[in-house]
Design a protein around this ligand. Sequence first.
Ligand code: TXA
Ligand code: MG
Length: 328
Amino acid sequence: MVRVTATPMEIEKAAGVLRAGGLVALPTETVYGLGANAEDPVSVSRIFQVKGRPPTHPLIVHIGGAQQLDDWVQDVPPAARLLAEHLWPGPLTLVLRRGDRVPLEATGGLETVAVRVPRHPVALALLSAFGGGVTAPSANRFGQVSPTTADDVRAELGDAVDFVLDGGPCQVGVESTIVDVTGGTPSILRPGGVTREDLEAVLGCPLAVPATSRVRVPGQHPSHYAPRARVVLVEPERVVAEAERAREQGHKVGVFLPAAFADAPVRAHAVVTVPPSMAAYARELYRHLRELDRQGCDLIVASLPTEEGLGLAIANRLRRAAGPRLTA
Ligand code: TXA
Ligand code: MG
């Protein structure tokens, strides 16, 4: 069997790379991150160079436990404490007022900072061995599909990263849910691995609609999470017909076939049957997008799941994959 989990020696080595100002790709339960010492502006700046990410797009600071929160932020309201206590470690990122320890390079110049405690044992072991915070965006080039295996990271970033920690395939598969808790009613800035329903159950009240959020959200460009192939979204019952139409036009078509139509005959270059479970769909979404690219599809036909539970995050990523592309 192939070994997929980093050894204690590799974790020590990765911590040393971070201390020396290097970049380490690390597994989290959501996607792989490209990590740097959060307190070192030079290392943090290297992340932006490697990703080709605009310097105004803020990063998430990963910490080893909720008890460290006050080392990194100021003015933590009770709602933030409640969410941290119940949902950390886990795929939840909290946006709070920046503490002095966080350089402006990490926040894209903002006075707020995004913080999370990841649930992956390798990430937690690295944070413990390193001792500090690790800023880590998803370990992909700007605008591309996030990596969910160590091989994805190597294919995407190659030698640009100093060390890759392998923690096996990511269990959640979509990024963390980002929640603005800087004041007033918390609101979701990016849906992700923790559902709206989970958040509302912990808070005991509905979340604010995102439009009322008081923070700017740079880095939420509509063309994020895009494969090379163009993504076309249609109603579930039109997926088969749309795939056929595109095939007749000469496209190499990849199809995300909704579970309800799993038995429908569909002629296409590659067909992925969407799992009925949203957790399984989230876990496999990016792998499938990458795989259809690898198979040379130039067009992917898909439909949106119902926007409940993890369906909200999946629909968000599919919409963005289908959105207008970055031209940079
Ligand atoms: O699951 C995840 O969140 C993964 C893993 C590696 O932890 N990380 C991730 O990072 O998705 P990234 O950089 O791809 O996305 C972070 C998003 C940015 O798009 C940005 O919009 C938002 O977090 N963000 C960061 N700091 C913020 C802040 N101060 N205010 C509002 N949004 C912020
Ligand atoms: Mg990303």
